[in-house]
Write a protein that binds this ligand. Structure first.
Ligand SMILES: NC(=O)c1ccc[n+]([C@@H]2O[C@H](COP(=O)([O-])OP(=O)(O)OC[C@H]3O[C@@H](n4cnc5c(N)ncnc54)[C@H](O)[C@@H]3O)[C@@H](O)[C@H]2O)c1
Length: 267
């Protein structure tokens, strides 16, 4: 039986997880591999990305790991070269790295602001800068960028740089999609909402509820119209659809994966 991504080469950034469970990138790497894709898994953290590789290998899939900071231009050029040396092509680019820091303009130091731009936006530009010419030569390719519902709605927390950069990812994706529309390359964005990824236990509980994990989980579940948070596999399944030929006529748009929250009033 052939999978929906059989033999396609997929670069996935942030393919590890910050703790046990499904981060969005880890889930996407595993899900794509289950559908036959060959995974080039990139992460800053060697242990985290090795765990993803092992999970894929145990299921009989192919995954090569690469440790790099995707916000660094030299590192991005090296990783793209390494992927080409390994597989000779790049069919899918899944830009998943990102994360938020609190604050508005008056209370966010300039280095934190710049760091948020690098962490959420610059790497998308860098990865596209070095992968798009390869896809153009192939005459085929798919780019998927991970934004957030914070890019279109106020989340209830002042994370101004995160919101601004995630909004920018949406528009950058649309421009890329239109620039390459006649060249066989599609580009779309996924906007996850409140997801139960390992980040909730690893960071949010400490930041928001003094380490009370049950409390933050209950708060986040209650804020979703469907009554529960999604998880990394929900993001991964949306990405799988966008990466597959089933989405061949879908470009320059967004899929919101948020259990209805961004459409609800009050939000
Ligand atoms: N978790 C949520 O609730 C949620 C909601 C909306 C959007 N998102 C978005 O989903 C994406 C993934 O979030 P997550 O919580 O699953 O991820 P995460 O915070 O668990 O991080 C995933 C991996 O990214 C790696 N990483 C971080 N910076 C990197 C860099 N510069 N270069 C290479 N690797 C790097 C980390 O080592 C980690 O293994 C982000 O873009 C985030 O903004 C998450």
């Amino acid at each position: 039986m052939t999978g929906r991504l059989q033999d396609r080469v997929a670069i996935i950034t942030g393919a590890g997880s910050v703790g046990p469970g499904w981060g969005n990138g880890k889930a996407t790497a595993v899900r794509f591999a289950q559908e036959g894709a060959r995974i080039f898994a990139v992460d800053l953290n060697p242990d985290a990305v090795e765990e993803t590789r092992q999970m894929i290998a145990e299921e009989g899939g192919t995954c090569v790991t690469h440790v790099a900071n995707v916000a660094d231009s030299d590192a991005v050029q090296a990783l793209v070269k390494a992927c080409m040396d390994e597989f000779g092509r790049i069919d899918i680019l899944h830009n998943n790295v990102g994360g938020s820091k609190p604050g508005g303009p008056a209370d966010m130091p300039e280095d934190v602001w710049q760091g948020q731009i690098d962490h959420n936006l610059t790497h998308v530009y860098l990865m596209c800068r070095y992968v798009l010419p390869i896809m153009e030569k192939q005459g085929k390719g798919v780019v998927i960028n991970i934004s957030s519902t914070s890019g279109i709605r106020y989340s209830g927390h002042v994370h101004a740089a995160y919101a601004a950069t995630k909004a920018a990812v949406i528009q950058l994706s649309r421009i890329i999609a239109l620039q390459y529309a006649k060249k066989g390359i599609r580009c779309n964005t996924i906007l996850p909402g409140l997801m139960h990824t390992p980040m909730v236990e690893a960071r949010l509980a400490g930041d928001r509820t003094g380490g009370d994990v049950e409390k933050i989980i209950a708060e986040r579940n209650a804020a979703v119209p469907m009554g529960f948070m999604g998880d990394g596999m929900d993001t991964a399944n949306a990405a799988l659809f966008l990466a597959s030929d089933e989405a061949r006529f879908i470009t320059a748009t967004e899929i919101v994966v948020d259990g209805g929250r961004s459409a609800a009033s009050p939000y």
